[in-house]
Ligand binder design. Structure first.
Ligand code: MG
Length: 208
């Protein structure tokens, strides 16, 4: 059940996208599958083998992961460009996290302005927004920080509120990462953690 207390007096609600409104792991799994097909073709190996390399390099962390993945299959720089293009142009199948659709509908029905403020490649983020039906179903404004300055800069938060015509002090930002919190704070916008509002993103099978 969502506690709407913090939202009650806000005229605009801004959301981060990845891991705030949906589980970004679902996108990454599909992106890995698509990139694995490309790397398998270029490296003349099986797709399952390419995916096994992905799991290995991911275990070492996210930073430079595509580069390390390509390197593990002895692929050159041009293969990384192709992989990035595949990630950015794919149309993923995504679902909003539990409670998000209900909240968006309630916000819309009660006349609140809604925006997404998201970092990341413009085309890739647009495909996610389309897959989640955010513009089509709720008419949200989407502020792509790639067009201005990525969070933690407050620039995209300011631009979103300008587009909505709502003053910063009347807004609330919901996000999952320190850069969301920092962007909101720098823009003088109240911040709420997505987990506080929606509960945990994934149910932990090990918890009682
Ligand atoms: Mg996020």
């Amino acid at each position: 059940m969502i506690d709407h207390g913090a939202l009650n007096d806000a005229k605009a609600i801004l959301f981060d996208l990845d891991d705030t409104l949906y589980d970004a792991a679902s996108f990454e799994e599909q992106a890995d599958q698509a990139v694995a097909a490309v790397f398998a073709r270029l490296g003349e190996i099986e797709v399952v083998e390419a995916l096994a390399h992905a799991a290995n390099v991911r275990a070492e962390g996210w930073s430079g992961y595509l580069d390390r993945w390509a390197e593990a299959i002895n692929l050159g720089r041009e293969s990384i460009a192709e992989a990035l293009d595949v990630r950015r142009s794919m149309s993923p199948r995504l679902e909003l996290r539990s409670g998000a659709a209900e909240l968006l509908s309630e916000l819309k029905e009660t006349g609140r302005a809604i925006a997404i403020v998201t970092n990341g490649d413009r085309r890739q983020q647009e495909n996610k927004v389309d897959a989640l039906g955010l513009v089509a179903r709720w008419g949200v404004h989407v502020e792509y920080a790639a067009d201005s300055e990525p969070k933690p800069s407050p620039r995209a938060v300011d631009l979103a509120l300008e587009a909505l015509g709502i003053a910063n002090y009347q807004a609330l930002f919901i996000g999952d990462s320190p850069s969301d919190e920092a962007a909101a704070r720098a823009a003088h916008v109240r911040f709420v953690w997505a987990e506080e509002l929606f509960g945990p993103l994934r149910s932990d099978p090990l918890s009682p």
